[in-house]
Design a binder for this molecule. Structure first.
Ligand code: UDP
Length: 309
């Protein structure tokens, strides 16, 4: 198969790239390396890397693809401050460019990486795909939340107008090797602090919850979403429903590392969701997919990765 992955050098993108390369697919990556890293994907004969930004790239020279995955957006809350305009443009202008290319090139299936942030600080728990969300349209997270919501609207407008095969993944918190050490997310922060015996930073009282999905499970979920027949126009949560408080996650990491780190409480960012857990009934039913990697197992692999770099 011929695969295009925008953001294919990022955290999830690079795992997806390597997954398709290992299946002997031909993979083209477009990445501007604003958060991705070329080192995440070693060279291969069946890999082509284009350093470009999808907001202004001329796609006309590219061939037809069997699958187009769009994972081009920065996605860490730290990026919401520094890269807010880039995020807004990527999920609007960038996605329009990519969808226009997808239609014109008569490519096969389009998978868009949306997010659990669509649900904002959710009033429904766990979050089903039918929940409309509770998002502050002018808050610090809005560049990401609202641009992904706009992107979902775009996806559905193209689907309705051009009758093309598109699918939307709502990706929940994902972790694993090749996360950026300093991207500010909870797993990369706490694991690196624990390894260095530095205080573990907990924002707020640590009672907010997240449900962490190991990256290989995420990649298999995205692949199933792309490959399952006759599900054009579907929106599916991909994540692990094993919900934990941030304090519990800190505790597990501390034990697994064998760290002497203390816990320090810091100010929490505005609109930080209090609870987050995917309802994955739809993914189980439609994709026959569910996560397999237990939290401790995935964290050990992540700790091992960060200990070596
Ligand atoms: N968090 C924390 N300490 C950190 C980094 C994050 O307590 O060093 C909290 C953060 O406030 C949030 C949760 O962990 O409630 C997950 O944060 P992350 O940035 O990983 O992603 P989010 O789910 O907010 O997009």
């Amino acid at each position: 198969m011929n695969i295009l992955i925008t953001g294919g050098a990022g955290f999830i993108g690079s795992h997806l790239t390597k997954f398709h390369l290992s299946k002997n697919d031909d993979v083209t990556v477009i990445d501007n390396f604003v958060t991705g890293n070329r080192m995440n994907i070693p060279p291969a004969n069946n890999l082509k890397i284009i350093e470009a930004d999808i907001t202004n790239y001329n796609f006309s020279n590219l061939p037809t693809f069997d699958i187009v995955y769009d994972l081009a957006s920065p996605a860490s809350p730290k990026d919401f401050k520094n890269l807010s305009l880039e995020i807004l443009k990527t999920n609007s202008i960038g996605l329009i460019n990519l969808l226009d290319f997808f239609v014109k090139s008569n490519s096969g299936t389009f998978v868009f990486s949306s997010t659990s942030e669509i649900y904002g600080d959710p009033l429904e728990h766990p979050q089903k795909e039918t929940y409309f969300g509770n998002v502050n349209s002018v808050g610090l997270r809005s560049c990401y939340d609202e641009s992904k919501r706009f992107a979902e609207a775009l996806m559905m407008a193209y689907f309705r107008k051009y009758k093309k095969d598109i699918r939307i993944a709502r990706i929940f918190n994902t972790y694993g090797p090749f996360m950026k050490k300093n991207d500010g997310r909870v797993v990369s922060n706490l694991v690196n602090q624990a390894i260095d015996n530095q205080p573990l930073t907990i924002y707020g009282n640590g009672k907010q919850t997240r449900s962490l999905c190991y990256v290989s499970d995420m990649v298999e979920g995205l692949y199933s979403l792309a490959m399952t027949e006759n599900i054009s126009g579907e929106i599916i949560n991909i994540g692990n429903p094993n919900e934990k408080t941030i304090l519990e996650i800190a505790d597990i990491i501390k034990k697994l590392v064998g760290s002497k780190s203390e816990i320090v409480f810091k100010e929490i960012g505005a609109d930080d969701p209090k609870r987050r857990c995917p309802d994955i009934t739809k993914a189980k039913k439609i994709l026959s997919w569910e996560p397999k990697v237990a939290l401790e197992e995935g964290l050990l692999k992540t700790i091992n990765y960060f200990s070596k770099i």
